[in-house]
Design a protein around this ligand. Structure first.
Ligand code: SF4
Ligand code: SF4
Length: 502
């Protein structure tokens, strides 16, 4: 019988001080810290996690490349691109939602939701984001499939790598890097489509009429995709990206991670040896299939480590091996450290879904959902008509020949509908006062005035307010009402200056 405590990688990970070897100051650092990068030639594998990874890859790439081409009718006064960051017009369009610059809190809310969503995913299923949906993972996976397509599977690629340069190797490398470049260029090209009307920008781009920033952005993104996805791959995850370090701090013994069940697999031995003396060996036949399929080239049997992006391809590989040798699946599996300890002690394994339902994940879900509902509610009740007023400071008032007092203001009237609307602006809380604007002469001065606001526009208006001679310094309001069936209103509090104001 194998002593679980003696081999418990999981237990060592739960108590890192037990597994971390300390080096004396005079001792040189271990050579493997500075080991030269070895190219990872991961092997093709099929299985349920690989199929899930295919589905996520196809979905994320399709969303990224196709979204800018989806049209959304907003009428004649607004762009018809479903998702558009209109920098020139200072708007963010997302299907039926239009975010103005002063509503940036909606974007902040979405970013907070994305952050909490990552916390939620990490606390529930470990580094699932890294394993399935992170752009670095998706593009690396895509490029690894190109490798397989052009150079063959793992062994053929290892042989080709070791072979001297010759016409065949040059031709294959040229073909592979050209495909990398085309994908990288397409990736950079898709990005800029989010910032302008996609069909127009495509035509401008190919006829040399696009803005220089468009060409520069495409060039930078082409280069970064080519280098990061084509050559740096797992190095980005292990050395460059800060997220694995943050995630490690967020994981606890109740988080699902990909784990090698050492109490079941150890001591490992070849199939031949294990068949000869089954009582001496665990289930691992040391076939190294789990290492061969790993996109980061690590050995999960050494325990959870930063290089593991939790893609679960080693689970698929090991499940196949277990099926071939007639052992139960799950020698490598998604499990929590807490469950591993119980399982090692002989208890029944807990269903995976139970690990998802715990106070921390429920709390994250509730916070995430509450922010989402708050954003939806705010979007549902937001006003599409707004007014703001700022008084002239110099001079704050003018005395007219008949003794009445005149103040000047700059009004900003916002029509957030995609159609022109008539708006009535007026005065409240200033008895006897009348107003006129730069467009409406003093001869037509009245308590209210009607202006025309263009679709999707903030109109700036010079407004003059005249009050009787004895009017004191007082606070009052400008009001705006849309003269359509919506009758939306808004007010802006401001101050009327008069002699004696300081
Ligand atoms: S695939 Fe399974 S049996 Fe083979 S080495 Fe890995 S853990 Fe052991
Ligand atoms: S060890 Fe397994 S789960 Fe981790 S990255 Fe490698 S294949 Fe994916």
């Amino acid at each position: 019988m194998v002593d679980p405590a003696a081999h418990s990688v999981s237990a060592a990970t739960a108590k890192p001080e037990a597994a971390t070897r300390r080096h004396a100051p005079e001792e040189p650092p271990p050579a493997h810290l500075y080991e030269k990068q070895k190219t990872v030639h991961n092997q093709r594998i099929d299985g349920r996690f690989r199929r899930f990874k295919w589905a996520v890859m196809i979905l994320t790439l399709a969303v990224y490349y196709i979204t800018p081409w989806i049209r959304w009718d907003r009428g004649p006064y607004a762009p018809d691109q479903a998702v558009l960051v209109d920098l020139a017009g200072r708007r963010f369009y997302m299907f039926g939602i239009e975010i103005w610059p002063h509503e940036f809190y909606f974007v902040a809310g979405l970013l907070i939701m994305a952050g909490i969503g990552l916390f939620l995913v990490t606390s529930a299923v470990g580094r699932a984001w890294c394993g399935y949906a992170c752009p670095q993972t998706v593009w690396t996976d895509l490029f690894q499939h190109i490798d397989r397509l052009v150079d063959g599977d793992r062994n053929a690629r290892i042989r080709l790598d070791a072979a001297p340069w010759g016409p065949s190797k040059i031709a294959r490398r040229a073909l592979k890097w050209t495909i990398y470049l085309v994908i990288s260029f397409w990736t950079g090209g898709a990005w800029i489509m989010y910032f302008a009307d996609a069909p127009t920008l495509t035509a401008d781009f190919w006829t040399g009429q696009a803005a220089p920033v468009a060409y520069t952005t495409v060039a930078i993104l082409t280069l970064t995709t080519f280098v990061l996805g084509g050559f740096m791959r797992e190095q980005v995850c292990i050395y460059m990206c800060p997220w694995p370090r943050i995630q490690t701090a967020m994981l606890d013994e109740k988080s699902l991670i990909v784990t090698y069940k050492d109490w079941r697999g150890e001591p490992r031995g070849s199939l031949k040896k294990a068949r000869k003396e089954p009582e001496k060996f665990g289930d691992c036949i040391d076939c190294k299939q789990c290492i061969a399929v790993c996109p980061t080239g690590i050995d999960i049997r050494e325990g959870p480590q930063i290089g593991c992006i939790t893609c679960a391809l080693c689970i698929d590989a090991c499940d196949r091996v277990m099926a071939d040798i007639g052992k139960p699946r799950g020698l490598i599996d998604y499990a929590t450290l807490e469950d591993c300890e119980k399982e090692a002690a002989g208890e029944e394994p807990r269903p995976v879904w139970k690990a998802l339902l715990r106070p921390r994940t429920i709390a994250y879900t509730m916070i995430w959902g509450s922010i989402g509902l708050a954003i939806l509610f705010a979007l549902g009740v937001r006003n599409h008509t707004e007014i703001s007023a700022s008084p002239d400071r110099n001079p704050p008032f003018m005395l007219m020949s008949d003794g009445s007092i005149r103040n000047a203001f700059t009004l900003k009237v916002r029509n957030m509908e995609s159609r022109p609307r008539d708006m009535q602006i007026g005065l409240e809380g200033l008895p006897g006062a009348v107003m006129w604007t730069g467009e409406i002469g003093r001869g037509d001065a009245a308590v209210t005035q009607v202006i025309k606001a263009q679709a999707d526009q903030t109109k700036t208006i010079r407004a003059y307010v005249m009050a009787p001679a004895d009017t004191p310094v007082t606070d009052f309001r400008f009001t705006v009402t849309s003269l359509d069936e919506q009758r939306e209103t808004d007010t802006s509090e401001t101050r009327f200056s008069a002699p004696g104001d300081n």
